[in-house]
Design a protein around this ligand. Structure first.
Ligand SMILES: [Zn+2]
Length: 170
């Protein structure tokens, strides 16, 4: 069974082992598909255990995940082309539809928009689930720009009424 994203990216179910394999342009790796409601259950559990401290935990977990994903998918050459291709299409991680609104290698700045953001579907005033993505882009782009001082801020959120979420990395 194959779920096609497009001609070059797909998910393949390895029925013998019960694993899902992500096949991409620069990456082929096993993945797990987590129901969104299960992810939100993790978020709710973290907040019930750690209250506002859960935001920091989610951001740190997202950052570590973003670093790992970037290291898995970052080719030694042509990384700008790969990034532009990845961040101007439907996210293969299922996060939504990306738009890379800005990329400046000299100043190490990026601006990413996400339409139909999966994390914003659980809408609340605290943007609880969004901290994972803030951390994810911080981690991903710190590897991409090769600079650990990279920061990420979400300046618009679909859960606050905008038609997309928007992140500034600098
Ligand atoms: Zn958002």
């Amino acid at each position: 069974m194959t779920l096609e994203f497009n001609a070059e990216r797909s998910l393949v179910l390895d029925q013998a082992h019960g694993h899902i394999i992500a096949k991409g342009v620069v990456i082929q790796c096993p993945v797990i598909a987590l129901p969104l409601d299960s992810f939100f259950t993790i978020v709710d559990e973290l907040y019930s255990l750690f209250q506002s401290g859960a935001a920091l935990i989610l951001e740190k977990v997202g950052e570590a995940t973003g670093r790992t994903n970037a290291k898995l998918a970052m080719p030694p050459r042509g990384k700008i082309e790969v990034l532009k291709a990845v961040y101007n299409s439907a996210s293969t991680w299922g996060y939504g539809r990306y738009e890379l609104a800005r990329l400046d290698m000299a100043s190490k700045e990026a601006r990413i928009r996400i339409y139909d953001c999966a994390f914003a579907r659980k809408s609340d005033v605290e943007r609880r689930a969004m901290w994972y993505l803030v951390g994810f882009f911080k981690g991903y782009f710190s590897v991409f720009f090769e600079d650990d001082s990279v920061k990420c801020t979400e300046i618009k959120c679909a859960s606050a009424g905008y038609d997309h979420c928007e992140f500034v990395v600098s």
